[in-house]
Design a protein. Structure first.
Length: 165
């Protein structure tokens, strides 16, 4: 509960209003070693030189337990299942990511806006920056791409030093 209050307080300090994604960056990992930088040679966006901190697993566990959505997160995990594309409406590449905490997340990566993560295989280790949405199976991360309209924070997926956004 304390961390949820802390996130809400941070959101208020950042000037975010209800309904906008809450940023969970800056929550340190248990061992402090989970810092990550987007490779600057992959994109020329303003995000390319910023440092990110992997969202602590307890934040996602709390979001799942409390049915919280609209949470901007950076997670890392191993692909445990590659699913078929969702071709209804905007096309999405889908796969299941398992984090070290054993929580699983569905990742829905819009391939009408961003390049497909290819090749993607079971066992690949990824960093995924996007928006967490609650569901009964652990949650979904979407907005893993840039926003062509510029209204939503851009997300990305990194695999083996290559960033897909």
């Amino acid at each position: 509960m304390f961390k949820l209050i802390l996130l809400t307080t941070c959101a208020a300090l950042l000037g975010l209003s209800y309904g906008e994604p809450t940023f969970a960056l800056g929550i340190a990992s248990v061992n402090g070693a989970d810092e990550f930088s987007v490779a600057e040679d992959v994109t020329a966006s303003s995000l390319s030189k910023q440092n990110y901190t992997v969202t602590h697993p307890s934040v996602l566990e709390s979001a799942f337990r409390n049915r919280t959505s609209n949470l901007q997160v950076l997670v890392t995990g191993r692909v445990i299942s590659v699913l078929s594309d969702d071709n209804d409406g905007s096309r999405h590449q889908r796969f299941i990511l398992q984090m070290a905490s054993a929580q699983t997340l569905l990742v829905a990566h819009n391939i009408d806006v961003a390049p497909r993560v290819s090749p993607l295989q079971v066992g690949d280790v990824l960093y995924v920056y996007g928006e967490y949405e609650w569901n009964s199976q652990g949650g979904v991360i979407h907005w893993t791409h840039h926003d062509p309209a510029g209204r939503h924070v851009g997300g990305w997926i990194e695999r083996n030093g290559v960033t897909f956004r």
